[in-house]
Design a protein around this ligand. Structure first.
Ligand SMILES: Cc1cc2nc3c(=O)[nH]c(=O)nc-3n(C[C@H](O)[C@H](O)[C@H](O)COP(=O)(O)OP(=O)(O)OC[C@H]3O[C@@H](n4cnc5c(N)ncnc54)[C@H](O)[C@@H]3O)c2cc1C
Length: 414
């Protein structure tokens, strides 16, 4: 394709912004479409970690045994809205099917290989957008209440190591030395000391968009309603009545990607794992690095301006309001972990875009050679945004992708 080729990217979350910058790097003229401020959705409120260690999916053989307690306990980081699940059974059935041991092993391998490419995608964007100062390499810690909890995930942690993650095991004394402000007497832990985190993921998206605009990128503050196939191109109908014509379109609207009309995506199993955070201003000094309380299902991350307590999984679709029980759970657990004020300064709900096999969707649409998909990054969207952008730009440019993307193809659903 020539450098004057016009590509539209729908969705300016971290994945869409990364695709847009990588496409510009290849010389394309790019339009980014989003009715909301770039990065202000799910990409703003995450736990901020560049989670190269994150190859173990939420899917787990243990889920079957733990399901009743996970659903009904007030102490559970997983919440299922039964009415929602029963009215949308397909995703859940597939999710459970992917909890079988051999499936989990395959997902772990595929994610591990993709995660190994994290910085191949991220580094050039940080340089281009002058955003390196937003990343800090302080490491990352997983903590466990006791030896039994620690032993229960031994196999997963072994699988992490096999995928190239480096970590050391910690006892109670090590944990206290590294993070003296942890109130709870965690008995075991893991330290991944090469891990970085982003000090403010919203600012990162904003830097990307400033760079995008400097490179003559056009940002349209509108909702894309429909994609219409033309002869050798596509038209994108916007909610202000305008039609945009482009040679290619990249769908990067996160959990909302299926809502765009004109693209046959009904077989594509994309839903959302809702996640929450509560945030305490000016309390970031309490931790040096992100710490994840493994069984409680959240991270405590020191950001540039606050301590962010982010995590949990709720299967309840995109329409329901935030669940106050989960906010209460996170607030209570945060206070067990750290000396924090009674009330957080901010409560937040986000929508992880998740397929039941815990793999992202990266590649050409099955229905059109003009439409590319870049969504479904569940718990890893910040981490995998750069490499996704790189792969999408290679595809758009007619190159052989630098990483095997066959397992991430939308064809797997058909
Ligand atoms: C609690 C929590 C903690 C997390 N922690 C981490 C972490 O530590 N590390 C990590 O790597 N990942 C983490 N994640 C996951 C990560 O945040 C997501 O995977 C990522 O933000 C998804 O990015 P996205 O660009 O695909 O989607 P989004 O950020 O949702 O962006 C999609 C954009 O598309 C726009 N849009 C929707 N419909 C349309 C339309 N019709 N037309 C135009 N635009 C449209 C939306 O307005 C939005 O701006 C976490 C997630 C949560 C919820």
């Amino acid at each position: 394709m020539s450098s004057s080729t016009h590509i539209a990217v729908i969705g300016a979350g971290i994945v869409g912004c990364s695709c847009a910058l990588w496409l510009q790097k290849k010389g394309f003229a790019v339009t980014l479409i989003d009715p909301e401020a770039p990065g202000s959705g799910t990409s703003s409120g995450n736990a901020c970690t560049i989670a190269e260690y994150g190859c173990i999916p939420v899917n787990n053989p243990d889920i079957f045994r733990r399901l009743p307690s996970l659903i009904f306990s007030r102490e559970s980081p997983l919440t299922l809205d039964l009415a929602y699940v029963l009215s949308h059974p397909g995703w859940m059935i597939d999710f459970l099917a992917n909890c079988r041991e051999h499936k989990v092993a395959r997902i772990t391998r595929l994610l591990g290989k993709l995660l190994a490419k994290t910085y191949e995608g991220l580094d050039p964007l940080l340089e281009m957008a002058d955003a390196r100062d937003l990343l800090t390499q302080q490491g990352f810690m997983h903590v466990y209440v006791d030896q039994r909890e620690f032993d229960a995930v031994k196999r997963s942690n072994q699988a992490r190591r096999e995928q190239g993650s480096n970590f050391i095991e910690l006892d109670q004394g090590d944990i206290q030395d590294l993070e003296p402000n942890l109130k709870f007497p965690f008995k075991r832990g893991l330290l991944f000391d090469s891990i970085s985190h982003v000090l403010n993921p919203l600012t990162l998206c904003q830097r990307y968009v400033e760079c995008f605009k400097r490179n003559q990128g056009q940002l349209l503050p509108h909702r894309a309603l429909e994609v219409i196939h033309g002869d050798g191109s596509v038209q994108i109908q916007l909610d202000n009545g305008e039609n945009i014509e482009a040679e290619r379109v990249v769908i990067a609207a996160g959990a909302f990607s299926k809502s765009i009309k004109g693209i046959p995506m009904s077989l594509l199993k994309l839903d959302t794992e809702r996640g929450y955070h509560v945030q305490y201003n000016n309390m970031q000094h309490l931790l040096k690095r992100p710490v994840s309380w493994h069984h409680a299902g959240f991270y405590a991350t020191p950001t540039d301006q606050a301590m962010r307590i982010a995590g949990t999984v709720e299967i309840a679709g995109k329409q329901k309001p935030a669940n106050p029980r989960i906010i209460e759970y996170l607030t209570r657990k945060a206070q067990q972990m750290l000396e924090l004020p009674q009330q957080p300064d901010q409560e937040w709900l986000g929508y992880r875009p998740t397929c039941p096999d815990a793999l992202p969707v990266i590649g050409y649409s099955t229905s059109s050679e003009f439409i590319l998909y870049a969504f479904g990054h569940h718990h890893l969207g910040l981490t995998l945004s750069g490499i996704t952008g790189k792969l999408i730009a290679e595809l758009a440019n007619g190159e052989e992708p630098s990483h095997n993307i066959t397992p991430f193809s939308p064809r797997r659903f058909f």
